[in-house]
Design a protein. Structure first.
Length: 65
């Protein structure tokens, strides 16, 4: 439960940071798998993903997709 709560917090923080810098990523839906929460980004542009992959902090979140 602690892992899921922290993951939700960091994912919200991630979205806020991206929007603050002028990036827009829409998470249209999120769903559970048996091993935890996975997020699927259905809409966005390639440069946003490149920006996310530069940071270790973002990598830990995006690798869950």
């Amino acid at each position: 439960k602690i892992f899921i709560k922290s993951l939700i917090y960091y994912s919200l923080k991630l979205i806020c940071k991206i929007k603050e810098r002028g990036f827009e990523i829409e998470i249209l839906y999120l769903f559970y798998y048996s091993l935890g929460r996975k997020y699927k980004i259905l809409k966005g542009k390639l440069k946003y993903y490149k920006y996310i992959r530069r940071s270790r902090f973002y990598n830990t979140i995006i690798s869950i997709i």
